[in-house]
Write a protein of this length. Structure first.
Length: 309
């Protein structure tokens, strides 16, 4: 009767092969102890926070859905959507200008990015809000010629327009570098191949280059969107009734500073958590081609190994 298990002959050195058929990963006691310690510390911290009356959790619950807070939340979300949309469009144009062969376009785009990335966003917002100090009137005119139309600056630059302009232009500078990095990640041969098939540069960019660059553009863009949600809190300094300004107006009346700040913190965490989830789905969508390629490559390697045996 033959035995199915064959035993290899020991090597010339006299050492025996070890049977690893039933080998298992050793139990990691240190890691278990570390997990227990971390969970105990986290549970203790949550217990302290939940039972500390100074946090004012009843006040947080009472004002979490307050109409003033919800109104400020809508303003913050609206500013985020509008500023990001403008920033992405301007950023795309700036990125293309940075990559163009035209020296004037490259220089102007580089100057724009240098200025808006090099100055704090808060300073930019205050500058736009006080633009009337420098220019009492805004006008459209022919250079060194007649004025075609003019408006009072204070009637144009309201807290809303100052917030949108400041946030959008600042975001455009960062999005320009993100998009430029994504476009550079695409192999130059893709562009040359598209041109060989008779595509114009604009069509090749829109149909070939940008879709491939999205895998590199989406993750940092998601981070910028989350940063924009938090950056809208800066507009409270120019009397824009965003989420932070709304909770400030309430605690100026009630003197419940910490509970009202917790209301704002919880809303920011809720919105950013949703955005993180959406970012994960978008990244998975644009990364599906790489997963298919990896699966095909792994399958090919398996077939080659089976054929060699």
């Amino acid at each position: 009767m033959s035995n199915d298990r064959t035993t290899a002959a020991p090597p010339s050195g006299g050492a025996d092969f070890r049977d690893v058929a039933h080998a298992h990963k050793p139990f990691q006691t240190g890691r278990l102890v570390l997990w227990v310690v971390v969970l105990l510390i986290a549970a203790n911290f949550l217990w302290i926070v939940a039972h500390n009356e100074n946090f004012g959790w009843p006040v947080v619950a009472a004002y979490f859905f307050d109409p003033t807070v919800i109104s400020g939340l809508y303003v913050s979300l609206g500013l985020t959507v509008v500023a990001m949309a403008i920033g992405i469009v301007l950023g795309l144009g700036l990125a293309i200008a940075r990559l163009s062969n035209d020296r004037l376009a490259r220089s102007l785009a580089s100057l724009f990015i240098w200025f808006f990335r090099g100055t704090p966003l808060l300073v930019q917002l205050i500058f736009w809000y006080n633009l009337s100090t420098l220019f009492p009137e805004l006008s459209i005119a022919i250079p060194f010629g007649p004025t075609l139309a003019s408006w009072e600056t204070n009637s144009v630059i309201t807290p809303m327009t100052a917030a949108i302009v400041g946030l959008a232009l600042n975001e455009a500078a960062y999005m320009a570098e993100i998009i430029r990095g994504g476009l550079l990640s695409v192999d130059r041969g893709q562009f040359e191949t598209a041109e060989a098939f008779g595509m114009t540069k604009a069509r090749a960019l829109w149909r070939i280059i940008i879709p491939q660059a999205m895998r590199s553009i989406v993750p940092p863009t998601g981070n910028q969107l989350i940063s924009m949600i938090k950056a809208t809190s800066l507009v409270s300094v120019i009397a824009m009734a965003d989420l932070l300004y709304s909770v400030q107006s309430i605690y100026n009346r009630t003197f419940e500073i910490v509970p009202m700040l917790l209301v704002a913190v919880l809303w920011y965490l809720f919105i950013t958590s949703i955005l993180n989830l959406g970012q994960s789905y978008i990244e998975a969508y644009y990364g599906r081609s790489e997963r298919r390629n990896n699966t095909a490559a792994a399958r090919s390697e398996t077939l080659v190994e089976e054929a060699s045996h």
